[in-house]
Write a protein that binds this ligand. Structure first.
Ligand SMILES: [Zn+2]
Length: 166
């Protein structure tokens, strides 16, 4: 794992922890409100540490992409009965499971921005997901925030994401 990836992961975890704590203070927030909290928290962190400004912008994007992907999965399948979602506490999936039903219209809007960003690269941070290698089709399950590795089968670096199977 490169030094940069390690730093991205640690920033992701910092940002996620702050957003999560805001969300548990007020879990009636809508998706749009949640997204603006991600933006605000990220801006605040980059004011404190100018050196990490670029990394924080990336990490902000990763986290929003994870939230959008969660909402997309939730839209496609009913994940609320998934054993993964129910048992794996402290994951994005778990603490977000209450947010979707309240704000359907909003989150359709939010999803539009992420629809065409289907590809994931090794070295990027992802909260959770099933990564499929675009080259050989190899599947990698990622259940906790981590760095996407190169494909262990063919060493390529591009992936698409599927929902973690319920
Ligand atoms: Zn592969």
């Amino acid at each position: 794992m490169s030094k940069r990836s390690t730093e991205l992961l640690s920033l992701y975890e910092t940002l996620l922890a702050q957003v999560k704590s805001d969300y548990s203070d007020d879990n009636s927030m809508t998706v749009k409100e949640l997204f603006s909290i991600v933006t605000n928290r990220s801006e605040f962190l980059s004011i404190k540490d100018r050196a990490k400004e670029n990394e924080l912008a990336l990490v902000e994007h990763f986290l929003k992409r994870d939230i959008a992907a969660y909402l997309q999965d939730k839209n496609d399948t009913d994940l609320s009965h998934s054993p993964t979602v129910i048992t794996v506490e402290n994951t994005l999936w778990h603490w977000l499971s209450g947010i979707t039903d309240r704000s359907q219209i909003e989150w359709h809007e939010v999803l539009q921005d992420f629809k065409h960003q289907g590809h994931y690269q090794s070295g990027e941070v992802i909260g959770q997901g099933n990564m499929i290698c675009t080259h050989c089709g190899h599947e990698m399950k990622i259940e906790f925030p981590g760095i996407i590795p190169d494909c262990p089968q063919c060493d390529k670096s591009e992936f698409t994401r599927e929902a973690l199977a319920p």
